[in-house]
Design a protein around this ligand. Sequence first.
Ligand code: TRP
Length: 329
Amino acid sequence: MSKKETILSGMQPSGELHIGNLEAALKNWVKLQDDYNMFCCIVDWHALTGDYEHTDILKERVFQLAVDYMSAGLDPEKCAIFIQSDVKEHAELHLLFSMMITVPTLTRLPTYTEKKEEKGLDSYGFLGYPVLQAADICVYNANKVPVGKDQEKHVWLAADLAGRFNNLYGETFVIPQALFTKIPVIPGQDGRKMSKSYNNHIPIAAGEKETVDKIKKYFTDPQKIRKGDPGRPEICPIYQLHLVYTPDAENIIAPPCRTGELGCVDCKMKLAANLNESLRPLREKRVVIENNKDYIWDVLKNGGLRARERAAAVMDKVRSAMKMDYFKQ
Ligand code: TRP
């Protein structure tokens, strides 16, 4: 066994990955894969909590997310890329954890109240979403979980469950910790956080022309109506993106925007060109591996084997800690 710490990370196969996911999560995972023993999960069961009726699209979405993972630079030699439902131990631990947590603890979580209202969800499975996430993490005895601030409480809940289990049945789980990194702000077209559910996103797989069209539709400073009007970069979503994609934006974009010299149309075209340039290698790689279907499914299958090996060992410990290893003499 390697001495490296273990990381578990996951995303839902809920449709097109966008540049917000790429900047906030994937690029960071890619950096971590050299230093950690890494498990990158495609959480298809979690996707069912939002929509259990349309399972016909899942296979393609799982496939596309695997393509996204790998085009962004996740290397199957370095990390296990796998599908959650391929490792049934997640479900077993979810069930055990579900005994150890109260319903009010779950209904108090902000993620629960928000999504419940937003999507009209009220299923038993949806309530248990964070418990399943805790199982995803603990079934690998992960030390670290790279997440955004919105997931902080979920990792805390996983740590709480792991600690509670250890107190009850004896030291079994590692207590996981969230790994926060500095995440750039990636606003969508309406200026809100980029998100598929707001439909304000730029898919990483979008063509260059489509990317330009999406950038053209962005809100800018409402007081800057035509070229010549002074603009306020600090409130402009396009400027936020320049800070990520345009080197030295503070000096080449902000000042001429403020004086009015740089109009919004030109400013957007500059951004679109830089964004397309930054995504080009990833998109080129994406086209190649997307056509290599057998290879992708092989990666997922092998990743599943590696993940299962680790998860099965942890679940053996869990069963013996709970004195439920009935057939062991
Ligand atoms: N809830 C996470 C999200 O919405 C996805 C997720 C499921 C996850 N299981 C996980 C993230 C385990 C990290 C670790 O982004």
